[in-house]
Write a protein that binds this ligand. Structure first.
Ligand SMILES: Cc1ncc(C[n+]2csc(CCOP(=O)(O)OP(=O)(O)O)c2C)c(N)n1
Length: 280
C-alpha cells in the first residue's frame, strides 16, 4: 500500500473499531484511536501474514500488550479478511470470538492473549527467542502502552532482550501521554523513554505515530540494525480523529450515544474523502 492507501486504511480501522465498541455501548476508545496508523502500516504493508492461514508457520507475530485496545486490532483483522466485518458487532458480548481484550484462543489472527499490562513484553521476548531457536525467518512486533511502561516487568524484559540480542523483536510504545486516569507526568513520569531504552541496550527511535511514512521508515531502519532489540516510540494523540474523544481529558474508556457515533463516523468519512482528493 502507498501512503495514501495506508492513511485511508487507518481511518477505516478507526471506523471499524468504533463500530465494534458501539454495539456494547462502551470501551477503550482513546488508546484504540491512537494506534490506528500503526495497525494500518503493520497489517497493510509490513507483516508477513496470510489471513486465510492465520497460523502460517513462518508468519510475523503481533503482540498487542495493551490488550484493552482489542477493537483497533479487530478492525484491522476484519478489514484484512480474517473474519467478516459484521462480526465486529459481537465484540465483548456473550459467546463472542472478539473479547474486548485480545485472546489467542478465540480470535483468528491474534497471536497472544494480553490485557494484564506488562506481560506482553515477556511473551514477545519468549516468541522472539523461540523463533531464533527454531530458525524461523520472522519478526515479532510488540505494542506497549506508555502507561503500561510504568510496569516493572517491562524494564526487566528490556534488560533481558538486550542481553539476548533479540534483533527480530521490534517494539512500539504508543506514547499518547495518558494512562487510565490521567497524564503520565502526574502519575509516574517516564521522562525520555527513547533514551531510557537506548540506555538499556536497545536500538531506539522516536517518530510521529500518526505519520505512516515515518513509521514505515523506522521499521525499515530497525531491520538494518543487528544485535539489538528495537524500540520505536510513537508520539500519538489519545483519541486521535474521534470527534467525541480527541479533546476529552478522560478518554481512556468511554461510553457514547448514537449521535456521537454518527458524528464521528461522518468526520472519518470526510477525512477519507479528503485523503482521496489529496487534501491531507
Ligand atoms: C497489570 C495491570 N494493571 C492495571 C490494569 C488496568 N488498566 C487497564 S488499561 C490501564 C491504563 C493503560 O494505559 P496505557 O498503557 O497508556 O494505555 P493506552 O493509553 O494506550 O490505552 C490500566 C491501568 C491492567 N490491565 N493490568
Amino acid at each position: 500500500m502507498n501512503a495514501k492507501e495506508l492513511n485511508i486504511f487507518a481511518a477505516q480501522i478507526r471506523r471499524a473499531a468504533l463500530r465494534a465498541i458501539k454495539k456494547v455501548g462502551a470501551g477503550h476508545v482513546g488508546g484504540s484511536m491512537s494506534m490506528a496508523e500503526l495497525m494500518a502500516v503493520l497489517y497493510g504493508d509490513v507483516m508477513k501474514i496470510d489471513p486465510a492461514n492465520p497460523k502460517m508457520e513462518d508468519r510475523d507475530w503481533l503482540i498487542v500488550s495493551k490488550g484493552h485496545c482489542g477493537p483497533a486490532v479487530y478492525g484491522a483483522l476484519a478489514l484484512k479478511g480474517y473474519f467478516d466485518v459484521e462480526e465486529l458487532d459481537t465484540v465483548n458480548r456473550g459467546g463472542t470470538r472478539l473479547p474486548s481484550h485480545c485472546d489467542m484462543k478465540r480470535t483468528p489472527g491474534i497471536d497472544m492473549s494480553t490485557g494484564s499490562l506488562g506481560q506482553g513484553m515477556s511473551t514477545a521476548i519468549g516468541a522472539a527467542w523461540g523463533s531464533r531457536y527454531q530458525k524461523r525467518d520472522n519478526y515479532i512486533y510488540l505494542v506497549l502502552g506508555d502507561g503500561e511502561s510504568e510496569e516493572g516487568q517491562v524494564w526487566e524484559g528490556a534488560l533481558f532482550a538486550a542481553q539476548q540480542k533479540l534483533d527480530h523483536l521490534i517494539a512500539f510504545i504508543d506514547f499518547n501521554k495518558k494512562q487510565l486516569d490521567g497524564f503520565l507526568t502526574d502519575i509516574c513520569d517516564l521522562g525520555d523513554i527513547r533514551k531510557k531504552f537506548e540506555d538499556f541496550g536497545w536500538d531506539a527511535k522516536e517518530v510521529d505515530g500518526h505519520d505512516v511514512e515515518a513509521l514505515e521508515k523506522a521499521i525499515e531502519d530497525a531491520k538494518k540494525v543487528q544485535g539489538r532489540p528495537h524500540m520505536i516510540v510513537m508520539n500519538t494523540i489519545k483519541g486521535k480523529d474521534c470527534t467525541f474523544a480527541e479533546d476529552v481529558l478522560y478518554n481512556h474508556h468511554m461510553s457514547f450515544n448514537q449521535e456521537d457515533y454518527e458524528a464521528a463516523i461522518a468526520a472519518l468519512d470526510e477525512k477519507i474523502d479528503r485523503i482521496k482528493a489529496g487534501e491531507v
